[in-house]
Ligand binder design. Sequence first.
Ligand SMILES: *Cc1c(COP(=O)(O)O)cnc(C)c1O
Length: 381
Amino acid sequence: MTLAELQALERDYLMPTYARQPVDFVRGEGTRLWDAEGNEYLDFLTGISVSQIGHCHPALVEAISEQAARLIHVGNLFYTEPAMRLARRLSERSLGGKVFFTNSGAEAIECAIKLARKRRRGGEIVVLSGGFHGRTMGALSATPQEGKQQPFAPLVPGFRVVPRENPVLEEVVTGDTAAVLIEPIQGESGIWPVERGVLEAARSLCDDAGALLIFDEVQCGMGRTGSLWAWERAGVRPDVMTLAKGLGDGVPIGACVAAPDYSDGLEAGDHGSTFAGSPLIAAAANAVLDVVDDEGFLAEGRRKGELLRDGLAALGLDVRGAGLMLAFRAEDGPDLVRRALLEQRLVLNAPAPDAVRLLPPLTVSDEEIGQAVRRIGALLG
Ligand SMILES: *Cc1c(COP(=O)(O)O)cnc(C)c1O
């Protein structure tokens, strides 16, 4: 089918929720994508921080193919080894407690909200302005953005918003607070790191108030910022963390991971999800972790993050972020992104009108970083 035919199908048969760019991709390998005409692109977006180890990594393809031929789904009324192994691995490598698997980031947030609400009935959940936690009604209620929330009112009650820059948490975190929910580096609002002092204050206030500190690592986790979890870099440990995006390199998986003290808050019948933790998906996530959860690999990510940051700074750009989760200020971000795609065959994204976001695979090469920087330089003229 031609691009025009695909666009006609979209117009007639898909709810118009996405602003798609006019390219149909048919193949991917590493940092590279190819469209139907055979043009080659550099992918510095990775489906929004999803293809963490690049497109069609051989180890991932093998794990998926092997598991697909053996058993794809059986449901959570039975045991399967890939899910149990993945849960142990995520726990041992993070908070030491238990895991609930989901199919997406929003669902991981839903689980965290239910865990916090059940533990402290009626308690408020404090969120920061600029945070993004997903589109389902609970996650949306935790996402204080007028345009996203307003058409869907009434929202789930019990969320309190404080400003990211100066949240004065001591005024809102009390014995009635169920949780403080923070994205350590806000991705969707434009790559805004939350100051370490804010994370530390949240930690100590949650300790005093007996509230849960929840970090949403859906976008900034899985090695994106140079450590496996962004909270490791910040040196502030949450009670609960949510994962998704890069955990499966493109297969749909999310997880809500709790510290031991909070791991048994949800009991049989409290929560569930038909597809979550299927052997196929868990086998894929195990294969991704085999690559990402390696100190040498993470150190390489940090080095490459610096290389990309330095390259952009040398173009005179105002860069922010951490590791390979970067953005730069741009006068007309959406236009720059469109021109990058169509003129330079470089895939980027504009999370805000004045920002361009870069989320290359962690496997990106030095040469590809150089190419991307040169292409951006060409666009800036
Ligand atoms: C993308 C994102 C979500 C939502 O994940 P979905 O898989 O789209 O539901 C939640 N939190 C953060 C930080 C995200 O970046």
